[in-house]
Write a protein that binds this ligand. Structure first.
Ligand code: SF4
Ligand code: SF4
Length: 272
């Protein structure tokens, strides 16, 4: 059954598919019980997590309308694949639903209530798709944090995928350094930073007003992921130097394509 589901989801555009029995939320005891799958839908026995990649060269142009459109495309793909998979399972007699990849009405609501009804990041971790990095995202071996996720809850009981034990984040702190809203603060223990979600959402309000939402810098600059080799984009110093270099010369050939995209389709003339 797992193979059948994986083939179905991949055939509709999912790059990553993982399976998490709901018992993993209790075993790990990291998520408040109100946010466990069975608290949201008591019939859930397994969460199927689906991911689509965010393509790095377009993400590198953020904040730009090109990245906005790519982000929106990922979201549409995810919701459609998840919806189709839930209906497919229902038609086979296995009651299923999907939780949309986002769940807020506006940026103002996000500033007021920055926590989602369900965390696809923890679902992805419990489905063996990655480990949670300093930047609060799921780091995947293939794509690093450059993946968007959605979850399908099903009454089917399926074996879970093997969890990734070794942390993929090495706490290089590049994401912390380059976050425009300074949203990350190191905790005494563990890898995952405290994240000021309100500061992040406030910054997004400015970007949204300029048609440049979302930001995505903390997923752009993370060195984890084999997609960097595919795109020949392993030089993290390029990001560390970006702001200063563009301030000095906005025609710097290393950043020309990114600045070009930022100059089109959004309000204002942000260069970084
Ligand atoms: S999305 Fe941007 S503002 Fe928000 S935490 Fe990441 S880098 Fe910071
Ligand atoms: S940029 Fe560095 S600290 Fe941030 S999530 Fe990636 S590996 Fe971890």
């Amino acid at each position: 059954m797992k193979r059948q589901i994986t083939e179905y989801a991949k055939g509709r555009g999912a790059s990553l598919v993982g399976f998490a029995p709901i018992s993993r939320w209790k075993e790990h005891n990291e998520v408040h019980p109100r946010y466990h799958p069975e608290s949201i839908w008591p019939d859930a026995n397994t969460v199927i997590v689906l991911g689509v990649p965010v393509l790095l060269p377009i993400l590198e142009t953020t904040p730009s309308i090109n990245y906005v459109e790519q982000y929106d495309t990922c979201n549409v793909m995810l919701d459609q694949i998840a919806y189709c998979l839930a209906v497919y399972l229902n038609d086979l007699g296995h009651a299923s639903i999907f939780l949309p990849r986002d769940g807020y009405g506006s940026i103002d609501i996000l500033i007021d209530k920055p926590v989602a009804a369900f965390s696809h990041v923890y679902a992805g971790k419990y489905a063996g798709l990655g480990t949670i990095g300093y930047n609060n995202t799921l780091l995947n071996e293939q794509y690093g944090p450059r993946v968007r996720y959605v979850s399908v809850f099903t009454r089917l009981s399926l074996p879970g995928d093997v969890l990734i034990e070794k942390e993929l984040c090495n706490k290089c702190l590049v994401c912390k350094k380059l976050c425009p809203s300074q949203a990350f603060a190191t905790r005494d223990q563990g890898v995952v930073a405290h994240m000021d979600k309100v500061a992040c959402a406030r910054y997004h309000k400015d970007l949204k007003n300029e048609n440049r939402y979302p930001c995505g810098i903390c997923i752009k600059v993370c060195h984890v992921g084999r997609d960097r080799e595919l795109y020949n984009s392993t030089n993290i110093k390029l990001y560390l130097d970006e702001k200063e270099a563009i301030q000095k010369n906005s025609d710097d050939p290393r950043y020309q394509g990114w600045v070009h995209c930022r100059n089109h389709g959004s309000k204002g003339d942000r260069k970084f």
